[in-house]
Design a protein around this ligand. Structure first.
Ligand SMILES: NC(=O)C1=CN([C@@H]2O[C@H](COP(=O)(O)OP(=O)(O)OC[C@H]3O[C@@H](n4cnc5c(N)ncnc54)[C@H](O)[C@@H]3O)[C@@H](O)[C@H]2O)C=CC1
Ligand SMILES: O=C(CO)COP(=O)(O)O
Length: 336
């Protein structure tokens, strides 16, 4: 009998745990790495993750540990599922423990503050592995729906198609349908920028601006994401796929989205501090709006919605003022 495929999932939050379930349901032996012993014990003894996915029964071939060396030992896939801004420090600790030849898989949808690096670039920089050993999983994958085994498609991106196909095979289940893509840049930018657009749509929803505003923000948000992607060498078609439009639609229409909910609270008039206080989980766009804007400026790309979100979230601009400014920008053709 052939050896079971082993996966380490570094991070026991909602998406790390839910994607661990996907891998386990696809037949992998999965070990989750948790920061807190209490959570690892709860996963192993109750077969649930009470902090992040309460009420969801976890598969038998998934367990948890706080020992990173134990989690990563002999792993064919090492899945990284911590908040984007903590990846560099965490991965520096884990790099000496990585199994030789393991494929590093990013679930994260963010851009690093300061360096403006995408997560696969941070992985390459810290772990010193080539792009053929780094894959990205992205798309419309709200963790709670996946954990309930509700159907979704996803993208597995790697510059080496054979590596993407290997992960595709080991994450394909009756409810999770991954497609491969070799455009890693486009797939990562789609995921990171949609969190920023999700904040913008949430703010508009909180202000009661209606569905025309939502449709306009989604479409123009996708236009500015595509502009940035093209400046960075991405394939523009990626943005009309699952990693672009697909994820944007799910995030911008779902009350399960943390970014959308964060924006809605701001749009209803909560202060940033009040909004942060009621947000229990990672809303990546809150930090990544600044790094995405930084990236855009480095490449001389105009991203007015992202700039507006930075203004509201980090510069205390009242949403009504930001709206007025956005609507009164100079008139231009749609395709520029
Ligand atoms: N939740 C979702 O529906 C989806 C999330 N994502 C992305 O996946 C990534 C992870 O998100 P979630 O699991 O949802 O977040 P989460 O907030 O549910 O969990 C974050 C996990 O990271 C751990 N953590 C926090 N700070 C840490 C640190 N300094 N060092 C090490 N671990 C730390 C937490 O203990 C927790 O286990 C994010 O980039 C997010 O954008 C992508 C697709 C779907
Ligand atoms: O990325 C997601 C769905 O694909 C989850 O979005 P939030 O991080 O806004 O909850």
């Amino acid at each position: 009998m052939s050896k079971p495929v082993k996966a380490a999932v570094m991070g026991t939050g909602s998406w790390g745990t839910a994607f661990g379930m996907v891998l386990a349901d696809a037949g992998c032996e999965v070990t989750l790495w948790a920061r807190r012993a209490g959570l690892a014990d709860a996963v192993n003894s109750t077969r649930t993750n009470p902090d992040y996915l309460p009420g969801v029964e976890l598969p038998r071939n998934l367990r948890a540990t706080t020992d990173a060396a134990e989690a990563t030992r002999d792993a064919d896939f090492t899945v990284l599922a911590v908040p984007s801004q903590t990846l560099r420090a965490n991965l520096a600790d884990w790099t000496p423990l990585l199994a030789p030849g393991t494929v590093l898989v990013s679930l994260m949808k963010g851009v690093e503050l300061g360096s403006a690096m995408r997560m696969s670039e941070v992985i390459e920089d810290v772990a010193k592995v080539g792009p053929d050993r780094i894959a990205v999983v992205t798309g419309p994958n709200l963790a709670r729906e996946i954990a309930a085994r509700m159907p979704a498609a996803a993208v597995v991106a790697c510059t080496d198609e054979a590596v993407a196909q290997k992960l595709q095979t080991h994450s394909h289940t009756p409810y999770f349908r991954p497609y491969t893509n070799t455009d890693v840049v486009g797939c990562e930018l789609g995921g990171a920028v949609k969190n920023v657009i999700g904040l913008a749509v949430g703010i508009a929803d909180g202000m009661g601006l209606g569905d025309n505003a939502k449709g306009s923000l989604i479409t123009r948000g996708l236009a500015e994401t595509t502009r940035l992607g093209m400046a960075l060498g991405a394939d523009p078609l990626t943005f009309s796929g699952l990693a672009g439009l697909g994820d944007l639609v799910a995030t911008c229409s779902s009350p399960l989205s943390r970014n959308h909910t964060f924006g809605t609270n701001l749009g209803k008039g909560m202060t940033l501090q009040e909004t942060i206080a009621v947000t229990k989980q990672t809303a990546e766009g809150v930090k990544s709006c600044e790094s995405v804007l930084d990236l855009a400026r480095r490449h001389k790309v105009d991203m007015p919605i992202t700039e507006t979100v930075v203004g509201i979230v980090h510069e205390g601009k009242p949403p009504v003022v930001a709206l007025k400014e956005l609507m009164s920008r100079s008139a231009k053709p749609e395709r520029r």
